[in-house]
Write a protein that binds this ligand. Structure first.
Ligand code: ADP
Ligand code: NI
Length: 220
């Protein structure tokens, strides 16, 4: 054998899990460790239906939130630290570039820039799936509560005369966030399998909102 640096892929994933878990342990804005676990599982599921490097997808999913400006004070510094950390784990520069490209597009606000790879598309879908359906609803109310916003405010948003655009006014309530973001995610999915799952979860949210407003108005 030559002097090749062998990547022990499973071992690197194990160490990355440990590192991310420690970093996000005290995270309270909805980017906690269990969010990462769910996104990894979503991503691995979608990977089975696409021609992707499943290891890169898993690494991207594990790391997709660790340098987000909602989680860290200095994303650029954290990005540089992460790059060194991956080098120290023996990850090849080729793989580091792929992983960082995924994280960059998921974490930062890149406008309408195209995603760099199919692997990034899978991770983005996996992240979006965790924002919708039953779990997405729970995260929405948790986030909203942490900001001190109400669950719903009919005075701010008179539903009868409302168009979706009128809803897009800011973070005034958890219910508002459904119209501002959650209900729009289905049509932004990249992969076929991601879209299929998003449709199920979307339907559940529609049903949830119907029940929510029926109860809200029930005895009015
Ligand atoms: P992402 O996971 O894509 O980085 P965000 O950081 O925007 O998503 O938000 C984390 C979670 O908090 C998501 O589930 C999102 O829907 C929810 N969230 C974000 N902004 C709001 C808001 N203004 N009101 C309620 N929930 C929100
Ligand atoms: Ni996320």
């Amino acid at each position: 054998g030559g002097i090749t640096v062998m990547e022990d892929e499973k071992e690197i994933i194990r160490r990355t899990e440990q590192m991310v878990k420690e970093k996000l342990e005290s995270e309270g804005s909805g980017h906690d460790w269990w969010h990462i676990v769910r996104v990894v599982h979503n991503a691995q599921h979608i990977s089975k239906t696409e021609t992707v490097d499943a290891w890169v997808v898993t690494m991207g999913a594990l790391l997709h939130d660790v340098i987000d400006d909602k989680v860290v004070v200095d994303p650029d510094l954290e990005r540089a630290n992460l790059e060194s950390w991956l080098e120290n784990q023996g990850v090849s520069q080729y793989h580091i570039d792929q992983i960082l490209a995924i994280i960059d597009t998921i974490s930062f606000k890149h406008g309408f820039e195209a995603l760099p790879s199919l692997e990034a598309e899978v991770v983005q879908d996996a992240d979006r799936l965790d924002a919708i359906g039953a779990v997405g609803i729970a995260r929405c109310f948790t986030y909203s509560g942490s900001k001190g916003s109400p669950i719903h405010d009919p005075n701010l948003f008179p539903r009868e005369s409302m168009t979706p655009d009128q809803y897009r006014r800011g973070d005034s309530s958890a219910i508002n966030h459904f119209y501002e973001k959650l209900l729009t995610l289905k049509d932004k999915m990249n992969t076929e399998e991601g879209y299929r799952i998003a449709c199920e979860r979307h339907q559940f949210m529609e049903q949830y909102l119907q029940q929510f407003f029926a109860e809200w108005d029930g005895f009015a």
